[in-house]
Design a protein. Structure first.
Length: 237
């Protein structure tokens, strides 16, 4: 299975963040002079926010894409043979989406939700996969949310599963807590920029390392998800 479209869409975002750091290094002093601070604040803050936004979009999209792949797989999978966690997320995620509306859009009135509720009730009653029931980290793709998201597709031990392949992409061995801790660090840095405009304290090296980390994590995860969903398709028919 080739890399997902979600992954292919994420890589240009990482390249854009990297280019912002390159512009900073090429054009401005480090630390920046007084007259350079506004530009450097924008470049470093933009890179910090952009890479996390791209990673969040990847996580939002990749599970939906792979559930759609599973839904369309031939011979067709049997819903009742799918992993229990995946079936639970499919049913509850589908119904919650119908009841409350999309996570990033207006819910509308109860009356306006009726048609969607009827349609999704039919999907659930007929034991059909609903890709939109998957994905989403609530705007905070940190260590805990990442782990909880992967549990919904029956990958409860995601950090342990990712570590061997991640180390090859990263280029060195890491502790068992490294992936989650580094992900939290990058997300918290984004929060500081987004909520406090605190980006001058971010170093170029921190940004470069974060870009490298998200690149290694995303390709590692994409490979693992490909294996996982192919196995689901083979064993659920």
């Amino acid at each position: 299975m080739s890399r997902t479209q979600a992954y292919n869409d994420f890589i240009p975002v990482l390249k854009t963040a990297k280019e912002l750091v390159t512009i900073d290094a090429r054009e401005y002093s480090d630390p920046p002079k007084q007259q350079e601070q506004n530009a450097v604040r924008g470049l470093r803050g933009g890179a910090a926010v952009l890479m996390v936004a791209g990673f969040e979009a990847y996580l939002d999209d990749v599970l939906r894409e792979l559930v759609e792949f599973t839904k369309s797989y031939l011979p067709l999978v049997s819903f009742d043979l799918l992993p229990e966690r995946l079936r639970v997320q499919n049913v509850f995620g589908a119904l919650e989406g119908a009841l409350y509306g999309p996570p990033h859009g207006p819910a509308g009135t109860k009356a306006s939700r009726l048609l969607e509720i009827h349609n999704i009730s039919s999907v659930v009653a007929n034991r059909m996969l609903h890709p939109d029931a998957f994905g989403g980290t609530g705007g905070n793709p940190g260590k805990k949310a990442f782990k909880e998201l992967l549990k919904t597709i029956d990958l409860p031990d995601i950090y342990q599963r990712l570590q061997p392949r991640f180390e090859k992409k990263w280029g060195q061995s890491v502790s068992k807590d490294f992936i989650g801790a580094k992900l939290d660090e990058i997300v918290q840095r984004r929060h500081r920029v987004a909520h406090r405009a605190d980006s001058l304290a971010i170093s170029r090296e921190e940004l470069r390392e974060s870009i490298k980390f998200l690149g290694a994590l995303s390709v590692t995860l994409d490979i693992e998800l490909g294996y996982h969903f192919r196995k689901i398709c083979r064993t659920s028919r």
